[in-house]
Design a protein around this ligand. Structure first.
Ligand code: ZN
Length: 500
């Protein structure tokens, strides 16, 4: 009799399990609130506001809630980078994060630094699709999954990292590691999680959620290769998008980047095992919450550590330098600085290394640091004219240039097939590049090492003990004539020169 009463009394609660998943991705070391062009003067983000937004999403639900992060959490600001991400780990501990996926930028300071950060984390870091290339084993430091138990609900969480990692991280940082694409790489782990008995299975992946006419990001591809029988939710990241979508019936969420939003996903599982969901993305407006005091306490210590460094004025800009289109003045400034810092014939920088816009007015070191936080060093690569042209062809693989250059003008034809688009390369001296002659090409060491797939890693090179950011500062602080030529495009499409 007692047993029956017990059963009756708890059955309404057990009928449906309700789990709320609060997600972030691509925090990129962003500890402080700031305004954005979209926010109309309102302050957004910062880890303390992020934590408070999660706190209120948890309070309003009064349900079982977990907090997950889909990678690229540490790289990107002075407050984080001067201590190799340690400050962000402490902030995420205070935010009571439950689990994080390893992102490509988690490798920026090498595996040893990552391991040190993992030891300081009160949450596990996951990646199930990373293997040692020689043995095929998963590295001992990359846990493939974890099982969280919260409020009587068991949640299996599997980590995934973009398979493009080896080409977008300095290659020496991920030497000997393979990043395997697709659901096949997770099959044994998903089976193990199922065998362990869980109520929900979630993939937290540093993997893109976009879809365009040609292709979809890896999170969407994973969903297509899996089924709702196996996975209940995919939390994505890497492409800094807002996504609250469904692929192959599986909900897929991504909450922008830099702490500007939180993904809120409600999963419901009925007694017959069927799962339904609802989801939305909350922008983290600072005036909507009281900053989480535990996070404020952690970050204020680091803020004061870097204050004098971050607030140093470097220059004053008359005009803003935004990243519009594929060729813009800020990119030309990068390329000019790289060339000037090395005395090379030609300078080149990958657009992916330019991470933020510069506003008009006072430019501080902290702001410049966010434009190029990676600490890339300057490299001088000895190339033949033919290798130089091949480098430009590589940058035009997708039709539009993905680089900025200095010391040369490249005319190309976007309607020609990939690999045959360069029409002419003319140096600043007026001379046309001779395929058989030898030149010095200056690039960030990331590019010299073959990052982004540039065909330079086998060529003779010298890496200087001088970094890209310092060469940009030197150029900004030189007399104005060095900045006079930034608006002139240097990679010109002869088909549609005006389209850029
Ligand atoms: Zn990423």
């Amino acid at each position: 009799m007692l047993g029956l009463i017990f059963l009756l009394s708890i059955s309404p609660i057990q009928d449906t399990l309700h789990l709320r998943v609060l997600s972030i991705n691509d925090l990129h070391g962003a500890p402080s609130t700031r305004t954005y062009s979209f926010s109309e003067g309102r302050l957004v983000g910062g880890v303390a506001v992020l934590a408070a937004t999660m706190d209120s999403a948890e309070a309003e639900c009064n349900c079982v809630t977990i907090r997950v992060a889909a990678g690229d959490l540490m790289q990107g600001t002075l407050q984080s980078n001067v201590v190799y991400g340690k400050s962000i780990i402490e902030a995420l501990n205070a935010l009571e994060l439950d689990v994080a996926a390893i992102g490509n930028h988690e490798f920026d300071w090498g595996v040893d630094s990552l391991k040190a950060r993992m030891e300081e984390s009160r949450f596990p870091w996951l990646a199930a699709n990373v293997f040692y290339t020689d043995t095929g084993e998963r590295p001992e430091w990359a846990r493939p999954y974890t099982i969280l138990e919260a409020g009587g609900i068991r949640i299996g969480i599997v980590g995934y990292i973009t398979s493009s990692t080896p080409t977008i991280v300095r290659p020496i940082m991920v030497e000997g590691l393979s990043f395997v694409r697709g659901a096949e790489s997770l099959a044994d782990i998903l089976q193990e999680v199922r065998t362990a008995g869980v109520d929900f299975t979630i993939i937290v992946g540093h993997a893109a959620t976009f879809c365009n006419d040609d292709r979809c990001g890896e999170s969407i591809q994973l969903a297509e290769e899996l089924s709702t029988e196996i996975v209940d939710l995919i939390v994505g990241g890497h492409d800094h998008r807002v996504a609250a979508t469904e692929a192959n019936g599986i909900p897929v969420v991504e909450a922008w980047s830099n702490g500007r939003a939180v993904g809120v996903v409600d999963l419901y599982k009925t007694r017959d095992g069927s799962v339904s969901h609802s989801m939305h993305i909350d922008t983290t407006y600072a005036d909507a919450v009281q900053p989480n005091p535990a996070v404020v306490a952690v970050m204020s210590e680091y803020e004061s550590l870097i204050d004098s460094m971050a607030n140093r004025t470097i220059t004053t800009l008359e005009h803003a330098l935004p990243r519009d289109g594929s060729q813009y003045a800020l990119g030309n400034l990068f390329a000019d600085a790289i060339r000037a810092g090395t005395g090379a014939d030609v300078g080149l920088t990958n657009n992916g290394g330019i991470r933020a816009d510069l506003d008009a007015g006072t430019v501080t070191y902290g702001e410049l640091f966010q434009v190029h936080p990676f600490g890339n060093l300057l490299s001088r690569v000895t190339v033949t004219g033919a290798e130089l042209i091949a480098t430009f062809e590589h940058s035009l693989m997708r039709g539009r240039p993905r680089v900025h250059i200095s010391g040369a003008t490249v005319t190309y034809d976007s309607e020609r097939p990939a690999g045959e688009r360069v029409v002419e390369v003319r140096l600043s001296s007026g001379e046309v590049v001779d395929p058989a002659a030898s030149y010095i090409l200056a690039v960030p060491d990331f590019v010299a090492q073959g990052g982004d797939g540039f065909p330079l890693s086998e060529l003779p090179r010298e890496t200087l003990n001088a970094d890209v950011l310092d060469s940009i500062i030197a150029l900004l602080q030189s007399d104005g004539s060095a900045l006079a030529d930034l608006d002139r495009p240097r990679m010109i499409d002869r088909v549609a020169p005006s389209l850029d």
